[in-house]
Design a protein around this ligand. Sequence first.
Ligand code: AMP
Ligand code: GLY
Length: 431
Amino acid sequence: MNVLIIGGGGREHALAWKIAQSPLVKRLYCAPGNPGIAAHATCAPVTATDIPGLLALAKVHAIDLTVVGPEDPLAHGLVDQFEAAGFTAFGPSAKAAQLEASKAFAKHIMAKYGIPTAEYAEFSNAEEAVAYVKRKGAPIVVKADGLAAGKGVTVASDVDAAIAAIRAAMVDHAFGQAGRRVVIEERLVGEEASILAFTDGKTVVPMPPSQDHKAVFDNDEGPNTGGMGAYAPAPVVSEALLEEIVETVLKPCVQGMANEGIAYRGVLYAGLMITESGPKVIEFNCRFGDPETQVVLPLLQSDLVPVLAACCDGTLDQVALDWAPCACASVVMTSKGYPGPYSKGKPIEGIGAAEKEGVSVFHAGTKKTEGTLVTHGGRVLNVTATDATLPAALQKAYAGVENITFEGAHFRRDIGRKALERLGMEGSADR
Ligand code: AMP
Ligand code: GLY
């Protein structure tokens, strides 16, 4: 079959790397792709949000299965439009994608179906929001309702910071339409984990738990980014806890959406806080996580393509997934200055030396100019390694990082440290 992947970051590189291994795939395309993805797929210069352009591409190349990476095209109805045109696309419909695209919608679903989450209130009037914050006090969390590219959340440690966040979203329109409404919620305390699950709208199959590292500097300091690294499996989620999350979060969510008349198909991603009183949902995402996908897919021993197809046609209960009893870690290398302003076009060297057995360098923000690979984004590369244990995988990933150079390269040196501490292996984290 012919497969089209939509997107052009590290997540899509990991998808392309995995899908290209499927014996079912005849031709693999990616739009827009990147120089790393070009090793596995034919890249077409169509942006991920140009739905008519992508549909035209699907027609020209007789695409049998389209796999959507980012949330924007999902929220804009890519899957609906592809299905209306007779194509099969992996991912939720626009209605189902509201679970990520509207935090207020997600909160309604959680409240209605008893899914554990932070206590909250929603506002479309700034003065009412400010009064609520003054009444509740800090710490408190202010979230723009809509998609804000990961920047719409403020965890405020004092009331003034919360009020500033409300004003930025609702008065200064820092996030455009996305900030017209805000959700204000209780701050949860604990360790975070990401649970990605495949679903066809009925059956829910979780992937191994993973953990992202959002802050730009070691020890979770500095501003939040799109993700500075990840590892899987995350020991903060034991097998028993994963089972509990499937039963109390994922299944009620998919079933609740079905009750609302909305079939949820694709990946359901629960961002969780593991609190003293159990797992609570921070957010739902309607797609594969980035960089979580980069550490989860290398552990999948089964062919991914039949799993994706089964999610689309409602036969996920007939598919078995095998996961390697190994660990995977990914270190994100970023441009200097990210997540603030950064420069592009810095030549990258050493990827070939970094890629040894069990090490893949997924491209997140790169470009080829006149035959030279250069930086082209805030997140540039995901140096990813698989090994029998997490300490070994981390060591291998960091050895890969040592091989790679570009001007101003930054990376966190403590990816996986929380897991190593939990596993009683703190010493292994010293580098
Ligand atoms: P989100 O965009 O909803 O994933 O939020 C971004 C980050 O903000 C999360 O990964 C958490 O680290 C933090 N965060 C969001 N909501 C809460 C909350 N209720 N309590 C504590 N931290 C939160
Ligand atoms: N890892 C965070 C995200 O994919 O939204």
